[in-house]
Design a binder for this molecule. Structure first.
Ligand code: T46
Length: 134
C-alpha cells in the first residue's frame, strides 16, 4: 500500500505549547509545491472519491479529527487522523475517501505538484481498469 503514517517532532512542552516544522525532502518525502486546506466541512460530508496518477501528498489534521480510507485496488486501509504532529503520506494510484469529520476539522495538505485536474482519476471504474492494466 502506497500510504503510511509520518510522525513529526514536536518542539515545546505543555507549559509553552508546541511547534512542528515541515521541510521538503527532510520530514516530508518530496519537494512541496503546493499547500491547501479544507475547513468548515459538515460532519456528514464525505470528500475525495478519486485517485491521482502521479501526485504525492501528506495530509495533516491540525484540528479535530477525520478518517481516510485508502484503496490501492487490492488492499483497503483506514487511517484516523487527529494529531497535528502526524501526517498521512498518500502516493500515486491510491483511491481515497475522507469522512467522519468532527466539528471544526482543519485538514492541511502538502502536495508534490501544482494543481492539475488532468492528474485526477475521478471515475472509480477507470481507476480499477488502470490498476488492472499494470
Ligand atoms: C485529497 C483530499 C484530502 C483547486 O482549484 N486547487 C487545488 O489545489 C485543489 C486541491 C482543488 N481545487 C479545486 C478542484 C475542485 O473544483 O477545488 C475543488 C475541490 O477539489 P477536490 O475534489 O480535489 O477536493 P477534495 O477535498 O475532495 O480532495 C482533495 C484532494 O484532491 C485529494 O487528493 O487527498 O483533498
Amino acid at each position: 500500500m502506497n500510504c503510511y503514517i509520518l510522525s513529526f517532532d514536536e518542539i515545546g512542552n505543555i507549559e509553552i505549547g508546541y511547534l512542528t516544522s515541515l521541510e521538503s525532502l527532510k520530514n516530508i518525502p518530496f519537494d512541496i509545491k503546493r499547500v491547501y486546506y479544507t475547513y468548515g466541512v459538515p460532519t456528514k460530508q464525505k470528500r475525495g472519491f478519486h485517485a491521482h496518477k502521479n501526485l504525492e501528498q501528506v495530509l495533516i489534521c491540525i484540528n479535530g479529527s477525520v478518517k481516510v480510507k485508502c484503496f490501492n485496488g487490492k488492499e483497503v486501509k483506514i487511517y484516523s487522523l487527529d494529531k497535528p504532529n502526524e501526517g498521512l503520506y498518500i502516493g500515486p494510484m491510491v483511491w481515497r475517501e475522507i469522512y467522519d469529520y468532527s466539528e471544526n476539522t482543519v485538514l492541511i495538505v502538502l502536495a508534490s505538484e501544482l494543481y492539475d485536474e488532468k492528474d485526477y482519476i475521478r471515475d472509480y471504474n477507470k481507476f480499477i481498469a488502470l490498476i488492472e492494466e499494470k
